[in-house]
Design a protein around this ligand. Structure first.
Ligand code: A3P
Ligand code: MG
Length: 291
């Protein structure tokens, strides 16, 4: 194996782990971890002098790794990835009726975001970026048909996945002052309505990058909720939502309806993920902000 192929595959010759797990949820974890190692390698190799080039190289290397391994180990399955989603381009161009992606005829679709939190990936010292790997299956009886999901946070040496769903987050300690609700929000472009919502319900915003890292923060109990609106795509949320649902958290559109994946148009512009006890209060407050 050459140095270049080692960087692309994230695998050293003779290294254990070349054969992935058969169970889909463990495979998702394995795959997300592999792409995460590749991304750490890209960061190390390129440094941070040219952020644009670093983002592009990271996106491409992780995407190539995910696609190669999915083609090798799950050849019958379809893939929806941020990096080569032609349906998104078609929708943006307004050619709605002419495009019917092949994945719509597949029972099993891997929805992947090779690098979520691309901006943070390109900034030295930041750890709030992730690799998302989810499996949508028409046969799955699980909510949103998300049969498996993994969110690797390589710079944090942490991966959350549905093979071992994390424990339900502990209730925040009430220090007698009521305790503010902590809402995880984009550090670079928090939607205006989230700031207003926070004021209305007496919440504080906890800024961080990456949708996956924000949902992981809710899963870990570092935040009480992630609320987003104004634009996003299926790959930004499929994997972390799969883990959140497996953990027992609430995840829905901001109008309370179910999150749907593997739709013709991959836009999924809003969502709320939170502890179950907070959901009625947040959804009621969100009513005032529905488009
Ligand atoms: N208004 C918007 N439209 C489209 N995508 C958005 C968006 N706001 C956030 N996102 C996407 O959601 C992810 C998390 O964003 P943020 O860190 O700002 O909260 C990012 O994914 P990528 O890094 O994969 O592009 C970002 O592109
Ligand atoms: Mg993303």
């Amino acid at each position: 194996m050459t140095e270049t192929s080692e960087r692309i595959t994230g695998q050293r010759e003779g290294e254990a782990g070349g054969t992935p797990p058969v169970i889909d949820s463990a495979f998702a974890r394995w795959l997300a971890d592999r792409a995460g190692q590749v991304l750490l390698g890209v960061r190390e190799e390129m440094g941070y002098a040219d952020g644009k080039a670093l983002k592009a190289a990271g996106d491409r290397a992780a995407h190539d790794l995910l696609c190669a391994e999915l083609a090798r180990w799950r050849p019958a399955d379809a893939v929806l990835s941020e990096e080569d989603d032609h349906s998104r381009v078609a929708w943006q161009d307004g050619e709605h009726s002419t495009v019917r992606p092949e994945r719509l005829g597949s029972n099993r679709v891997w929805i992947v975001d090779p690098l979520d939190g691309t901006r943070e990936f390109s900034e030295e010292g930041r750890t709030d970026w992730a690799v998302h790997v989810a499996l949508w299956s028409s046969d799955s009886g699980l909510p949103s048909h998300l049969a498996a999901g993994a969110v690797a946070m390589p710079a944090r040496h942490r991966t959350l996945a549905t093979d071992y769903p994390p424990a339900y987050p502990p209730l925040p300690i009430d220090n007698g002052s009521g305790g503010l609700i902590r809402i995880a929000a984009s550090r670079t472009r928090p939607p205006a309505f989230v700031t207003t919502l926070a004021e209305e319900i007496g919440a504080e915003l906890v800024p961080m990058g990456s949708a996956g890292v924000k949902i992981a923060a809710v899963i870990n109990g570092e935040a009480d909720a992630y609320v987003h609106a104004g634009g996003q795509y299926e790959w930004d949320s499929a994997a972390p939502v799969a883990v959140a649902l497996a953990t027992g958290l609430h995840a829905s559109r901001i109008d309370g309806s179910a999150l749907k994946y593997n739709e013709a148009d991959p836009k999924l512009p809003d969502l709320v993920v939170c502890r179950k006890d907070l959901a009625p209060r947040l959804l009621a407050a969100l009513q005032r902000h529905l488009p």
